[in-house]
Design a protein around this ligand. Structure first.
Ligand code: ADP
Ligand code: MG
Length: 618
């Protein structure tokens, strides 16, 4: 019998490889942009027609190719970027597989024009379905232009798989963003169907982010910087109130490469727990640099997933760095009574510029002092040479210590911050509500400086008592009042086990609980001066809530218990009847670190401008 195995012709092999490399127009865009970056271009133009179906062209002013290279670059495994396997572990370029152009040329009609600065003439290569149609001299500017026409012209099945133009172009824009956000020093221009869509001049990272996402981002992000001997983190984080339901605007780069990692994403978002409403995701633009030898970018052809040698260390470091940045750039929002822009219902909450530092970091800090958010909003010179916030340390151990000491802790309740508002250019001026209107005992409308503020009292109370519980757990325990006739409660075996575990913490919060049997407990003391109500329901509610938070959100013990207790006790609010009581309540709220969002992640208040009221009356 005859042998039946034979080698596939190159064109077929390339087409198969193309299936992996080029799934859609956006994949070709990514490869061509990356090649232009690798070629050292200063300005890169991306020209798209029909969402990439008819044309994807990248024009760069990089180093160009020689006459022979212009032909060779379309061969499979043709690359100038690595030459041996060891090079794989020291990759500093975007590409290295030498597959992209071969794959693209297998499934499209490609025209390449290229000229090196040292050459007088340019080279033109036309290749269709892996077949060279032309290879000659031409006239062209320095650099390279690659035009990919009629993608999938010879693979109709793939062409039919393409989604609508809107979707395909959105994918292209996403790939474009992932490249331009790592190279703020390179100018980029994007055209679609003859129109210029985006023009990004070379600049620093902050300028690039606002160039892509709009100037509103100037006020929505704050820097993150951290460095140690094994890794470096830089970039910008979104302020919690700009978190969105969608996960768009989340960009993580490792060694200048866009990566997706659910564990690293968790490390970042976890630091925002209780600062953003549930189900909302903060924007971030984070750049991690590690030794290339510790990252394996080779595990997927599209190179979005990464494998890190020390995943857990990076996780911990990243999580700590984000927490620290949030602490350093204290996201205590300030009430802006001069705010008169259209209320934007998409922002949660509305119109609250962010204020520097926390009470924990700066005891003299006053959240109503509006003397400039400037140093937080200043456009940094890019993530590579950022200003190091004071108190930062290089070494890992002391960094962890730092995190611990700068962790967001509530203001000492005994010394509430004096409530003051400062108008532009005037001196400090005590702020007080001028009038108020309680609604259903649950809401309060107050007038401050002629503006109306609608407050959800339960949420506000949840915040106030949550922060006081955190203080009780970390510093000053609540005073216990011994019961003359202790009540007993009965729990399930699982609940009992948890309660035994948390006995000491409960004590800190003013509840002295003594096990009587494996599932019975005596309540020997409760917080002094507090009406507790049904203690069985209270403890059961707390234990159940605690358990689910621990499982689903991996919350730390103290925050978790304080949160559960605050949720149970939030409606135990003394009636607010006089203006004086309103002001003392406001004072308590605004001496909290996070007066805008309840620990459960709900908006506490809304400023109601005239527009808002008019809308209500429409
Ligand atoms: P890789 O980028 O993995 O090396 P490609 O198939 O993308 O593989 O490109 C093959 C080679 O062609 C590159 O290594 C590079 O030498 C050359 N090349 C591709 N695009 C350009 C460009 N825009 N300017 C200069 N050289 C380029
Ligand atoms: Mg490449």
């Amino acid at each position: 019998m005859n042998d039946i195995i034979h080698l596939l012709p190159d064109a077929v092999a390339n087409q198969i490889a193309a299936g992996e490399v080029v799934q859609r127009p956006a994949s070709a865009v990514k490869e061509l942009l990356e090649n232009a970056v690798d070629a050292g271009a200063r300005h890169i133009q991306l020209i798209i027609k029909d969402a990439g179906r008819t044309l994807i062209q990248v024009v760069d002013d990089g180093k160009g190719m020689s006459f022979n290279d212009a032909r060779l670059c379309f061969e499979r495994h043709a690359t100038s970027k690595i030459s041996c396997a060891d090079d794989l572990f020291a990759i500093r370029t975007k590409g290295f597989r030498g597959e992209a152009l071969a794959s693209i040329a297998a499934i499209a009609q490609v025209e390449l024009k290229t000229r090196r600065p040292e050459d007088e003439t340019a080279t033109r290569v036309v290749i269709e379905g892996s077949e060279i149609k032309e290879h000659g001299l031409t006239v062209a500017p320095e650099g390279t232009s690659i035009a990919v026409n009629n993608l999938f012209f010879n693979v109709p099945a793939r062409r039919n798989f393409l989604k609508s133009d809107a979707t395909e172009f959105a994918n292209i824009e996403e790939e474009f963003n992932r490249v331009v956000l790592v190279h703020p020093d390179i100018a980029f221009t994007l055209y679609h169907n003859g129109k210029m869509v985006l023009q990004l001049p070379a600049g620093n990272l902050k300028q690039r982010i606002t160039g892509v996402f709009g100037t509103a981002f100037n006020d929505r992000i704050f820097p993150i910087e951290q460095e140690t001997n094994f890794m470096k983190i830089g970039g910008f984080l979104g302020k919690p109130e700009h978190a969105k339901k969608k996960r768009s605007e989340q960009y993580l780069f490792i060694n200048h490469r866009f990566v997706k990692s659910s564990s690293l994403n968790f490390a970042i978002e976890n630091a925002y727990t209780q600062l953003v409403p549930e189900g909302h995701h903060p924007p971030y633009f984070i750049y991690i640099e590690v030794n290339p030898a510790t990252v394996d970018v080779n595990i997927s052809p599209t190179k979005v997933e990464v494998k890190l040698q020390d995943d857990r260390l990076v996780f911990g470091f990243l999580n700590a760095a984000v927490k620290k940045a949030i602490g350093e750039f204290s996201l205590v929002p300030q009430l802006d009574f001069d705010y008169d822009k259209d209320l934007d219902p998409d922002n949660v909450p509305t119109g609250m510029p962010i204020k520097p530092p926390t009470v924990a970091l700066d005891p003299s800090y006053n959240p109503f002092h509006s003397s400039g958010t400037s140093h937080h909003n200043s456009s940094g010179s890019g993530y590579s040479a950022p200003k190091r916030p004071s108190g930062m340390s290089q070494d890992w151990d002391s960094f962890l210590r730092d995190i611990h000491t700068t962790e967001v802790t509530p203001a000492p309740t005994s010394q509430p911050v004096q409530m003051q508002i400062v108008e532009e250019g005037t001196s400090d001026d005590p702020i007080t509500a001028e009038a108020f209107l309680p609604i259903y005992k649950k809401y309060l409308i107050v007038r401050i400086k002629g503006q109306l503020m609608v407050i959800d009292l339960y949420r506000a109370n949840e915040r106030i008592i949550y922060e006081s519980y955190i203080t009780a757990l970390k510093e000053t325990p609540v005073v216990v009042q011994q019961s003359l006739f202790p009540e007993t409660i009965t729990l399930t075996a699982a609940q009992s086990e948890l309660l035994n575990e948390l006995k000491n913490e409960f004590k800190q919060l003013g509840y002295e609980i003594e096990p009587m049997s494996s599932t019975n407990f005596a309540i020997n003391g409760t917080p002094v001066n507090e009406e507790i109500g049904d203690i069985q329901t209270l403890i059961e509610g707390i234990i159940d809530d605690y358990k689910s938070n621990r499982m689903n959100r991996m919350m730390e013990t103290e925050k978790n218990l304080a949160l559960c207790m605050a949720r149970q006790r939030r409606s135990s609010l003394k009636p607010i009847v006089t203006l004086q009581e309103v002001n003392s309540f406001l004072q308590q709220l605004f001496s909290c670190l996070m007066p805008t969002i309840s620990p459960s992640g709900k908006k506490i208040y809304e400023m109601a401008g005239e527009d808002y009221l008019q809308n209500l009356l429409k």
